[in-house]
Design a protein around this ligand. Structure first.
Ligand code: HEC
Length: 76
């Protein structure tokens, strides 16, 4: 899945991407985001157009954002 590869590469330094591994305490695990009813796909898409959490040099295309959101939603 494209979104999973992107997530592992770009997000895994802070977020717990799959169901194992380690991540920064301040960043919510993706599985938790998927289950959070206030974190909707629309909200994530908008959120991801800007850098966050102190990440640098990351600029995602709309396609990459769509893939990432689809991956996170698949963790429900
Ligand atoms: C440098 C660390 C870091 C990286 C890299 C990072 N994040 Fe985050 N992320 C955070 C932190 C910290 C928070 C919680 C605080 C906040 O919302 O800024 C967060 C919050 C989020 C949220 C929740 C937004 C909400 O509506 O509450 C989403 C979705 C998210 N990250 C997705 C991603 C994705 C997708 C990537 C990879 C493209 C990524 N993050 C990379 C640190 C990071």
């Amino acid at each position: 899945m494209a979104g999973k590869d992107l997530a592992t590469q770009w997000c895994g330094s802070c977020h717990l991407v799959g169901d194992s591994g380690t991540a920064a305490d301040s960043a919510p695990p993706f599985a938790a985001l998927a289950k959070d009813p206030t974190v909707t796909p629309d909200r994530m898409s908008t959120f991801l157009t800007e850098p966050h959490g102190g990440m640098t040099g990351l600029s995602l295309s709309q396609q990459e954002i769509d893939d990432l959101v689809a991956y996170i939603e698949s963790l429900k």
